[in-house]
Design a protein around this ligand. Structure first.
Ligand code: ADP
Ligand code: MG
Length: 694
C-alpha cells in the first residue's frame, strides 16, 4: 500500500487551479496525470525581469522591464501590418508592436497617457527600440501581476507557461514534506536541503544557479531518483538470489569437446567472460550477470560454452531471443556444434502449435532437451522444464525485469541468469539500467576482423552513391540501405523508406526488397530471409534491421541522414557489415548543412569502431537521452538526472542501495518507511510488491 503521506502527491491534477479539461490533456501528454508528475516537470531556464534600465540604455536582444508612459495607438488598416503603440520615458521612445491585434483589448491594457510596466525582449528596428508582443503589460498599482523571476518549462501545444506555473505552485502548496530517506551522514556531508525544499527551489529559483545540475537542490533530487531506481534493482537482485541452493558441478566434459570443435581460439576477453560465468555457475548464489560486447565480438560462443558447462552439471538451459529471426539464427549457429558435442537442442517460437508443440513440451518436461532456444513463447506458463538451471537472455535490453523473473521462475531452484547485450553503453548508464547485475565486458574483437571503411558523404551526392552501390551489386555485393529516422513520426519514417524504395527500384529491378516496422513479423522475416539467401541484393529498411541479423555476405551499408541517428545506433547498424571475409564499406549520408556537434559526432564514427568509446563520446556530446534509440534502450526514464554532472551520484546510490538491502532485506528498519515512500514516489514500487510476494 502506498504510504498516506503521498496521497496529495498522487492526486489527479484536475483538482489544481487552472487545469481544465483541455489543459489536463496537454499536461498529461507533457508530464503525467498526477500532481507528482507535474511537480517533477522541472524548469529548464529562468527569465530574470529585475533588469530595469531606461529606454536609452536598454540593450538589444535582451529581456528588459521598462516603466513607460503610454502614447499614441497606431492601428493599421492593412491586416498584415502590425498595430503599434508608442511609449516613452524621460530618456527616449519605444514602440510596442502587435500582429493580428485586437484593438479593444489593447486600448484597455494600454490606455493613452497612463503609466505601465512593460517587460519583454527588446530589439532595435530602424533605429528605434521596440518590443514585439511584450510578455507583461502591468499597471504599476499592481506590481505583483508580474514575477521578478520566471521559470521556463518545456511546453506543449495548448499550454502556456503561466498556466503551468500556476498549477505547479498550487500543487507545491498542497503536498506535505516527506520523511528523510537519505543517510544522515550523507546529508550532512553534502549539505543538501530536504526533498520538498529542494523541489520548491527548482520551481522558485532565486537565480539561474539554482537550476544548474550542480546545485545542491538539483543534486539532491537526482540522488533521490537514483536511489529509488537502485533500491528497486537491489530488491530484485536480492530476491532473485535468495531462491538458491545449488552449486552446479561443472566438470568440463562437454565444454572441452566443444572447444576442440571450434576452429579458433577464444580471445582473452572471451576467456575472462567465460571464467566469470563459470564461477557464477559453480557458486551457490544465483548468477545475475550481463555480458556486454559489440556485435560480432563473440558473445554467442561464450554463451554456448557456458551452457555446455551447465548441461554437464545435469541441468537444462534456455536461450531467450527478442525476435523469431534471431532465435532461428541462434539455432543455426548453436545446434551443429552443440549436437556434435552431445547436447540436444530445440527451438520454441510462436510458430510451434498443436501436436508438434505438445510433443516438444513433453520432451522438455522429460528432460529430453538440454538447450531450448526461443522467443517470448518460452515464457508461456505451460512451458515446463524438468530442471531448468541456466537461462540466457539475448538482447537483454529488449526485455523487462518482469520477463526475466518469469523465465527465472521456471526453475525449481534459483536459476543462473546471464543477460547479453550488443549495445555498448557507458558505465554510468550500465549502472543505472542494470545496477542489479554483475558485468562482463568483451571489448576485444576476434582476430582477422577487417575494419569497415567508413565515409561521410553529403546527401547532395546521393546519385553518385546510388551509382556506386549499383556497381557493387553488379559485382555481387549485398547492400543494406537504411532510411532516415524522422523524429516523432513513424508514419514519416515509413514514407521515407517507401519513397527511397520506389526510387531505387528502377536501378535494381527484381533485386531489391523493403522492410519496415509496420510489416507483420512473418512478412519482415520473409524479406530478410531472401536477403540472407542472396535472392535480393539490396535491402531498404527503416531501423528495424538494427538488432542482431547476421548476413556475412553483406558488405555495404548506406545510412541516410546519419546525423539524425544516435552514435550507438549508427554503430549497431554499421556492425551489420564487416562480418565476412570481404572488405566492407559504410557510407554515412549527411544533410548538406549540419552543425558542429553533428560534424564531430560523425567524425567519431569515421575514426573508431570501438562501441564503448563511441558510446562515451556520444554521452559527452549529446547527453543520455540521445544515447540510444530511446524506446529501444530499456533505460529507465530519469527526470532529474544529468548523466554527466551526476555521474558520481549514480555509483553512490548503487552502493547505498546494496548496503541498505544487505542490512535490511525486508525494509523493516528505522529508515525503511522513508525508503518505501521514496520507492512509491518515483514509481519504483514494483520493488515493494516483489518484496511482498516473497
Ligand atoms: P556476437 O554474438 O557477440 O554478435 P558471435 O558469437 O555471433 O558474436 O560471433 C561472431 C562471429 O565471430 C561468429 O561467426 C563466430 O564464429 C566468430 N568468432 C567468435 N569468437 C571467435 C574467435 N575467438 N576467433 C575467431 N572467430 C570467432
Ligand atoms: Mg549474437
Amino acid at each position: 500500500m502506498r504510504p498516506d503521506v503521498l496521497n496529495e502527491y498522487f492526486k489527479d491534477i484536475s483538482g489544481l487551479p487552472g487545469i481544465g479539461k483541455r489543459t489536463k490533456l496537454a499536461v498529461e501528454r507533457l508530464a503525467g496525470a498526477r500532481t507528482r508528475d507535474l511537480l517533477f516537470h522541472l524548469p529548464v531556464s529562468l527569465i530574470d525581469r529585475r533588469f530595469r534600465p531606461k529606454i536609452k540604455d536598454a540593450p538589444a536582444h535582451t529581456i528588459v522591464t521598462l516603466v513607460v508612459t503610454i502614447g499614441q495607438h497606431q492601428p493599421n488598416a492593412n491586416k498584415r501590418m502590425p498595430y503599434r503603440v508608442l511609449a516613452s520615458d524621460s530618456t527616449g521612445e519605444l514602440s510596442l508592436v502587435f500582429f493580428h491585434a485586437r484593438p479593444d483589448y489593447l486600448l484597455k491594457m494600454l490606455p493613452e497617457g497612463e503609466k505601465r510596466i512593460i517587460s519583454g525582449r527588446l530589439e532595435h528596428y530602424q533605429d528605434r527600440a521596440q518590443i514585439t508582443h511584450p510578455d507583461y503589460m502591468v499597471d504599476p498599482a499592481n506590481p505583483g501581476d508580474m514575477p521578478d523571476l520566471e521559470t521556463v518549462y518545456p511546453l506543449t501545444a495548448g499550454l502556456s507557461g503561466k498556466m503551468l506555473r500556476k498549477a505547479i505552485h498550487a500543487g507545491l502548496e498542497r503536498v506535505p514534506a516527506l520523511p528523510e530517506w537519505h543517510d544522515k551522514a550523507l546529508m550532512a556531508r553534502e549539505g543538501w536541503p530536504d526533498f520538498l525544499t529542494a523541489l520548491k527551489t527548482q520551481h522558485n529559483p532565486e537565480s539561474a544557479e539554482d537550476l544548474a545540475p550542480s546545485s545542491l537542490a538539483r543534486r539532491r533530487l537526482a540522488c533521490d531518483e537514483l536511489l529509488a531506481t537502485q533500491l528497486a534493482l537491489a530488491i530484485v537482485r536480492e530476491r532473485t538470489r535468495r531462491k538458491r541452493g545449488r552449486a552446479l558441478k561443472v566438470n568440463g566434459k562437454i565444454r572441452n569437446k566443444l572447444l576442440e570443435l571450434l576452429p579458433y581460439q577464444l580471445t582473452g576477453d572471451q576467456q575472462t567472460a567465460l571464467k566469470d560465468v563459470t564461477a557464477d555457475l559453480e557458486n551457490e548464489r544465483a548468477m545475475l550477470r550481463l555480458m556486454q560486447g559489440d556485435v560480432g565480438s563473440g558473445k554467442t560462443v561464450v554463451a554456448l560454452l557456458a551452457m555446455a558447462s551447465a548441461v554437464e552439471a545435469g541441468v537444462q538451459c534456455a536461450l531467450l531471443a527478442p525476435t523469431e529471426i534471431l532465435a532461428n539464427q541462434h539455432l543455426a549457429t548453436i545446434r551443429p556444434l552443440a549436437e556434435a558435442a552431445g547436447m540436444k537442442v530445440a527451438l520454441l517460437t510462436g510458430r510451434n502449435k498443436g501436436k508438434a508443440r505438445a510433443g516438444l513440451l513433453e520432451t522438455l518436461a522429460d528432460g529430453g532437451i538440454d538447450i531450448l532456444i526461443g522467443t517470448h513463447a518460452l515464457i508461456q506458463e505451460d512451458v515446463v522444464f524438468k530442471d531448468l538451471g541456466f537461462a540466457i537472455i539475448d538482447e537483454q535490453h529488449r526485455f523487462g525485469v518482469k520477463q526475466r523473473l518469469a523465465l527465472a521462475a521456471k526453475g525449481q531452484y534459483g536459476i543462473d541468469v546471464l543477460g547479453m547485450t550488443a549495445t555498448p553503453i557507458p558505465r554510468t548508464l550500465t549502472l543505472t539500467a542494470y545496477g542489479d547485475m554483475d558485468v562482463s565486458l568483451i571489448r576485444e574483437k576476434p582476430p582477422g576482423r577487417k575494419p569497415v571503411d567508413t565515409r561521410v558523404v553529403s546527401l547532395d551526392r546521393l546519385a553518385d552513391v546510388a551509382n556506386g552501390v549499383q556497381r557493387a551489386v553488379n559485382s555481387g555485393a549485398r547492400v543494406y540501405w537504411v532510411c532516415p529516422l524522422v523524429e516523432e513520426s513513424e508514419l514519416l519514417d515509413l514514407a521515407a523508406a517507401d519513397e527511397r524504395y520506389a526510387s531505387l527500384k528502377a536501378m535494381f529491378p527484381g533485386k531489391i526488397g523493403l522492410v519496415n516496422g509496420k510489416m507483420k513479423s512473418a512478412d519482415k522475416d520473409a524479406v530478410m530471409q531472401r536477403f540472407q539467401a542472396g535472392e535480393i541484393s539490396v535491402l531498404v529498411s527503416t531501423t528495424v534491421i538494427e538488432v542482431g541479423v547476421d548476413v556475412p555476405e553483406a558488405t555495404v551499408m548506406v545510412i541516410e541522414h546519419a546525423e539524425r541517428f544516435g552514435l550507438s545506433q549508427l554503430h549497431q547498424l554499421r556492425g551489420r557489415v564487416g562480418r565476412g571475409a570481404d572488405k566492407s564499406r559504410c557510407i554515412l549520408l549527411r544533410a548538406a548543412e549540419i552543425g558542429e556537434v553533428a560534424r564531430d559526432r560523425l567524425k567519431i564514427m569515421r575514426e573508431t569502431e570501438d562501441g564503448f568509446l563511441i558510446a562515451e563520446e556520444d554521452l559527452r556530446l549529446r547527453g543520455s537521452g540521445e544515447i540510444l534509440g530511446t524506446r529501444q534502450s530499456g533505460l529507465p526514464e530519469l527526470k532529474m538526472v544529468d548523466f554527466t554532472a551526476h555521474a558520481d551520484l549514480i555509483e553512490l546510490a548503487r552502493d547505498d542501495a546494496r548496503l541498505i538491502i544487505a542490512r535490511d532485506p525486508e525494509l523493516e528498519g528505522k529508515r525503511a518507511e522513508a525508503l518505501r515512500t521514496l520507492l512509491y514516489l518515483f514509481n519504483r514500487d514494483e520493488g515493494v510488491r516483489l518484496m511482498q510476494s516473497g
